[in-house]
Design a protein. Structure first.
Length: 334
């Protein structure tokens, strides 16, 4: 029961990071903190195509990697800094597989007293150890968190320590167990859907403004891709995460953590331990009291370029220098 308390507390701390505004200062030598590309709609971004699903690759020489063997050489980290991936997978019982369509890096730095959040688009075309060039969201499916760790280390010189993951059914169950969530949609979304309240043409329409959502609606809102870009999906995902956090807080989540976690434990997978989380409870108090300690970033359209592979996959080529500069800023808190 105590472990459940601290796991939910840790999750709540991570979700807090998605509610605060961005820092206003913009350094000249490194990419600026995430601005309008994530938090407000961008009409200049082309709609995302239905992603081509490549043939499942044959995994060869999948590395045996442990967290202690992954040591970054170029990116700044302090002694007690922990990097956690918040993952939303597309696993479904009838389909199999578990690609991580939502990938948020949460960096907790108790030494300097800040939290950074970095969003990675699912279609980044990277080198996955033992697989070759593939979408970054396939690493978890074919090699679990060990392969995901190695992928982030090998491509971005980034150490990832722990993860928190949920899937479609888990996500919907959490939202529905909460009694639904309320979000503030910064733009209207009109897109194809299979919800019961769709119009005659098979489309759903929400926003802008205040919207109440059940689990199925929230999942559609996060995943919709036909009329918007993947970068816009990231903005919508943050709006939903904020709505979930606000609902949890309205239910006194921190004081009722054991009770609430018992409802959600089957919907969340994590390797965060009790000793991991207790180290960061004081950081939670720090960032809750001072919103400027929350830094938010994203690998957006300025750091990734659309590309169609010879096999027909619609992917994003990463700007490695730009992404490393972004991570330098995020991990140093500057």
């Amino acid at each position: 029961m105590h472990r459940k308390f601290f796991v939910l507390t840790g999750i709540a701390v991570l979700l807090v990071a998605c509610q605060f505004p961005l820092l206003s200062q913009q350094p000249t030598a490194t990419p600026a903190p995430l601005a309008n590309a994530l938090l407000t709609p961008n009409s200049n971004l082309a709609p995302s195509r239905t992603p081509f699903q490549p043939v499942v690759p044959t995994v060869q020489n999948t590395p045996t990697v442990t967290p202690t063997s992954i040591q970054p050489t170029g990116l700044p980290t302090s002694k007690n800094q922990m990097n956690i991936l918040l993952l939303g997978s597309d696993w479904r019982a009838y389909a199999g597989g578990a690609r991580t369509d939502v990938m948020l890096l949460i960096s907790l730095n108790p030494d300097s007293g800040f939290v950074s959040v970095v969003s990675f688009p699912r279609d980044l075309w990277v080198n996955i150890p033992g697989m070759g060039q593939e979408r970054i969201n396939t690493a978890q499916e074919f090699g679990g968190f060990t392969l995901t760790q190695a992928t982030f280390q090998n491509n971005f010189n980034l150490r990832v320590d722990r993860y928190i993951e949920t899937n479609f059914s888990g996500f919907k169950a959490i939202v529905d167990t909460l009694g639904g969530i309320d979000i503030v949609a910064s733009a209207a979304l009109y897109d194809r859907c299979d919800l019961s309240w769709r119009d005659d043409s098979g489309y759903c329409y929400v926003g802008p403004g205040d919207v109440h959502m059940d689990g199925a609606t929230a999942l559609w809102y996060v995943r919709s891709r036909y009329s918007t870009s993947d970068f816009d999906r990231t903005r919508r995902a943050q709006e939903v995460v904020l709505g979930m956090f606000q609902k949890l807080m309205s239910l006194n989540a921190l004081t009722r953590a054991p009770e609430l976690y018992s409802l959600f434990s089957s919907d969340i997978d994590t390797d965060l331990s009790l000793s991991d989380l207790t180290t960061y409870l004081s950081l939670a108090s720090t960032v809750l009291a001072d919103q400027s300690k929350i830094h938010r970033y994203a690998v957006d359209s300025s750091l990734a370029t659309g590309y169609i592979t010879p096999a027909g996959a619609d992917v994003l080529l990463p700007n490695y220098d730009g992404i490393e500069a972004l991570l330098q800023q995020a991990l140093s808190g500057k």
